[in-house]
Design a protein around this ligand. Sequence first.
Ligand SMILES: N[C@@H](CCC[C@H](N)C(=O)O)C(=O)O
Length: 259
Amino acid sequence: MTIPFYKYQGTGNDFILIDDRAATFAATTEQIARLCHRRFGIGADGLILLRNEPGYDFRMVYFNADGREGSMCGNGGRCTVQFAHDLGLFTSRTSFLAVDGPHEATASYDLISLQMGPVHGLEQHDTYDFLNTGSPHYVAYVDDVAQTEVVAIGRAVRYGDVYGPLGGTNVNFVQVLNENHLKVRTYERGVEDETYSCGTGVTACALSARAHFGWEGPVLIETVGGTLQVTFRETAPRQFEDIYLIGPALRVFEGTVEL
Ligand SMILES: N[C@@H](CCC[C@H](N)C(=O)O)C(=O)O
């Protein structure tokens, strides 16, 4: 079976995008993992199907690089919005459905502003915060992210006694650069490695910084693959609404692949 695909990236978090409005894509977990493999396939942090959804412009179905359907992906959402825009599904404002519910977004040139779901609750532990921004995130503050063993520590937390039995977690390491300015590196569950950027991860870090430092935002976040911005409204302690993840999303190439 020959499948046409598009490759997109959002601050270096890269995805295979498939126009599946005809709902014909059928692949096993192993086949999706192979498409995402950087030696044996196209190479990506995840694969996303754009499908039709009544009442919305489209539906986003997201698979991690391990081939399993994942929880919400912020950068993948921004790339899917850019893909829908490139397909002509909307002009400047869109609404779509993802695994965590409805989302709204705007596209202006290559800048995508994606409304994330509301966040109800943020756990503050002795050495880290934990919250769910559509995907689960562990947030730890460090002095220097460049000197942090992201993969080794990230993997230990993801598979550790606390979060391993709960399905694992993504693990973010945060360095405060200035007020409203962070530098973040993330170990991603489902990729099982550090990625260049994680949208739900930087969103979690911005909300955590709000809880720690009282920042109003917008919070600027430097990732390995570029800069993202997060805005939010805290409606009550540790309750967040109107959360927006803002940054570039670009088509890199397109092609066909054998399944
Ligand atoms: N890269 C994503 C996060 C994707 C979900 C995650 N890997 C998980 O399954 O928990 C993002 O940009 O949010």
